[in-house]
Design a protein around this ligand. Structure first.
Ligand SMILES: *[C@@H]1O[C@H](CO)[C@@H](O)[C@H](O)[C@H]1NC(C)=O
Length: 338
């Protein structure tokens, strides 16, 4: 037999074994997580939204001199969680109230394997419900990555007159940070090619989960979008936390599902861009200029048709520049108050 035949036989045998392996158990107990993640969890609460538990942190402004502090409502990205703001939340609390929730499928929120598509419609539904449930009446909304897409879906509903009256005066400003908002300009990662694939995605996700290489793969993928200028030790720690929180509550069971935002991005740009083209609230794009997945060409693309848009580039900023350069993030976000 030739080596190709041997290889095929070995691979086929491996696949047969993996298909019959059970899914490995996963951590559901917060006390088994790192102390940093436990502390983050202690700051928050859980609320039932459309049938799923959603984790959120809602803290009041710590600066007593401010009479009527504004609220920052934050929409986190993929594949992270509210924890991506752990370095900036305290400084942000000096200038306003802060609300951040974990989208279903991420962080401490539920990660259902059935009856949930992880579409941006569902993520937008949930964001609107949680904001309203905790009684935020007005906010500066700041979004990142997948959160950018949740926000454009919400803005599309606003543009089409589909939001409840509650949100009539809700949006004080919207800020987008690094995300693949223009599909054709995304510099796709390997994970973004394999996981959304209708056949290879579920297969890769199952094999990776059962043989335990999803976490390793995720870490490599995230490292590739970190700024090459950032501190490497800190990078490893932050990526470790992101991967740990994905593993929590069985996130790797749904590795091929919570990537669904890419399908929506491929299909709904016309809906979102129409809303951005006639937006009547202050809008900013603040973009790390050294992001391998969402290059600055994406932010510049919006300059051509979004009225009054402000584009700010962050030198040496990677995809997660709120983690890489927290002081710069705060300095830039403060400017929405001017
Ligand atoms: C999903 O929905 C179907 C149809 O409503 C139901 O029969 C099934 O029990 C649900 N599964 C879960 C895990 O909730």
């Amino acid at each position: 037999m030739g080596w190709k035949l041997h290889l095929t036989a070995v691979l086929t045998a491996l696949v047969c074994v993996v298909v019959y392996l059970p899914d490995p158990p996963y951590v559901t107990d917060v006390r088994k997580l790192s102390t940093d993640l436990q502390k983050w969890h202690e700051r928050g609460k859980t609320i039932k939204v459309n049938g799923h538990n959603v984790f959120y942190i809602y803290e009041k402004c710590k600066n007593e001199k401010l009479k009527n502090p504004t609220t920052f409502a934050i929409l986190h990205g993929y594949p992270s969680s509210s924890y991506e703001y752990h370095k900036v939340i305290d400084a942000l609390l000096e200038i306003g109230d802060v609300f951040i929730h974990d989208h279903v499928g991420f962080g401490f929120s539920d990660k259902p394997a059935e009856n949930f598509t992880y579409s941006m419609s569902e993520a937008a539904d949930n964001a609107l419900v949680v904001w309203r449930s905790v009684k935020i009446s007005r906010a500066h909304v700041v979004a990142h990555d997948m959160g950018d897409t949740v926000l454009t879906e919400i803005l599309a509903r606003r543009y089409r007159g589909l939001l409840p009256n509650y949100f009539d005066n809700f949006f004080q400003s919207v800020t987008f940070t690094n995300g693949g908002m223009k599909y054709s300009l995304i510099s796709f990662r390997l994970s973004q090619i394999i996981l959304p694939h209708p056949t290879f995605g579920p297969f890769f996700s199952m094999v990776g989960n059962r043989l335990g290489f999803d976490k390793f793969f995720m870490k490599k993928q995230i490292a590739s979008i970190w700024s090459p200028h950032a501190n490497k030790i800190d990078r490893e720690r932050e990526i470790g936390s992101i991967a740990e929180l994905n593993e929590f509550k069985g996130g790797f069971r749904i590795f091929h599902k919570n990537i669904y935002y890419l399908y929506d991005r491929a299909h709904f740009e016309f809906r979102w861009f129409a809303a951005l083209a006639e937006i009547n609230i202050p809008i900013r794009f603040i973009w790390g200029d050294s992001d391998a997945v969402a290059p600055i060409s994406i932010s510049k693309f919006f300059q051509s048709f979004v009225p009054g848009v402000e584009i700010i580039l962050i030198p040496k900023g990677g995809h997660f520049w709120m983690l890489e350069q927290p002081d710069v993030w705060i300095k830039e976000i403060r400017k929405v108050l001017k």
